[in-house]
Design a protein. Structure first.
Length: 285
C-alpha cells in the first residue's frame, strides 16, 4: 500500500513539473484552414494572437512572438489579455508589433488587460455562476496608446471595415463590457468577421450571420485530460469547443487556446500554448 502511494505521489510530482516547466513554455504555431469566404474569393491569412499574459521577464515567449515576423499574414487579430502584470506594457507592445502584416492589425482587450491577476481557488471554475474577482487596475490606457502608436487599431465595441471586410469588435463579456448593439445583421454580400475576447458572445454573433468569429479567453481549458479533453472552459461554451475551429449554425468559430497563463496558475497540461494561422478560403474550395 505504501509503495503504491509513493508511486502515485511521485507520478503527481512529475506531472506537475512537466506542466509547469515544460509544456507551459512549449509554444506551438498551429494552422487551420477555414472555408468561410464568399464563393470565388482569393485566400487570405489571419494570425490570431490571444491570452499572451506576457510578463517582461518571459524572454522565451517574447522571442517566440518576434519570430512570427516571417509569416506576414494579411491581417493580425489580437483577442485580448496581452499583459500578465502592470509592468509589462512595453514588452507586450514590442513583441507583438514586430509581426509584419499586409492589411494591418486589429485588437480588443480582455479582463487581464484591465485588472491584474489575483490568486483564486481553482475549484470555482467548476461552477457556472460565480462572482468575478478583480485584481488591481492595470495601466490599460498606456497599453492601448503603445499599440495604436505602432499602427494597431483598437476595435472595442466598434464596427469598422478593412479592405472591404465588415468587422465588429467586442469588449470583454466576461466582465460585462461587451456592447452587442454595435453588431448588426447582414445587409449586403461579402465576408463578415467578428472579434471578441470571451466566446460567451459567439452564439449571438452567429445569429447575426458573421461568417467567422474569433475569440480567446478559455486557454483551451489549460488543464486537459487525454481522451477526455478540457475540464472547464471558463465560459458558456461546452468543453468540446474549448479550442480550435467549430461550426455555430452557418458561422465558423475559432477559439484560441492562447499563449500564456496567469502568474498564479503557471502550468498547462495536454493543452500546449499556441498562436494560430487561419488560412481562409472560399466556401466552394
Amino acid at each position: 500500500m505504501l509503495i503504491a502511494l509513493l508511486i502515485v505521489v511521485c507520478a503527481g510530482v512529475l506531472v506537475l513539473l512537466y506542466a509547469s516547466l515544460i509544456e507551459r513554455n512549449w509554444f506551438a504555431l498551429r494552422r487551420h484552414r477555414i472555408p468561410c469566404l464568399p464563393a470565388g474569393s482569393s485566400p487570405m491569412t489571419i494570425l490570431h494572437l490571444s491570452d499572451l499574459h506576457l510578463r517582461a521577464p518571459q524572454r522565451r515567449k517574447r522571442a517566440f512572438l518576434k519570430g512570427l515576423a516571417h509569416i506576414q499574414p494579411d491581417l493580425v487579430i489580437g483577442t485580448g489579455d496581452f499583459i500578465g502584470d502592470a509592468r509589462s506594457n512595453d514588452a507586450a507592445v514590442d513583441a507583438v508589433t514586430a509581426i509584419a502584416t499586409r492589411d494591418g492589425a486589429l485588437y480588443v482587450l480582455g479582463s487581464n488587460d484591465y485588472y491584474g491577476p489575483k490568486p483564486k481557488n481553482p475549484l470555482r471554475y467548476f461552477f457556472k455562476r460565480r462572482r468575478v474577482i478583480y485584481g488591481k487596475p492595470n495601466p490599460w490606457r498606456e497599453l492601448v496608446e503603445g499599440l495604436n502608436a505602432r499602427g494597431w487599431r483598437l476595435i472595442n465595441n466598434a464596427a469598422t471595415s478593412v479592405d472591404g471586410i465588415d468587422v465588429v469588435g467586442l469588449d470583454d463579456e466576461h466582465i460585462g463590457r461587451a456592447d452587442l448593439s454595435v453588431a448588426r445583421k447582414r445587409t449586403r454580400e461579402g465576408f463578415r468577421l467578428a472579434v471578441a475576447h470571451s466566446p460567451d458572445v459567439a452564439r449571438a454573433l452567429a445569429d447575426l450571420q458573421y461568417d467567422l468569429i474569433v475569440c480567446g479567453h478559455t486557454h483551451g481549458g489549460q488543464i486537459c485530460i487525454p481522451g477526455f479533453g478540457a475540464l472547464v472552459t471558463n465560459s458558456d461554451l461546452p468543453r468540446k469547443m474549448a479550442s480550435g475551429v467549430h461550426r455555430l449554425g452557418d458561422s465558423w468559430l475559432h477559439v484560441s487556446a492562447g499563449l500564456g497563463t496567469s502568474m498564479y496558475a503557471p502550468f498547462r497540461l495536454a493543452c500546449r500554448p499556441e498562436v494560430c494561422v487561419l488560412e481562409l478560403v472560399a466556401r466552394d474550395s
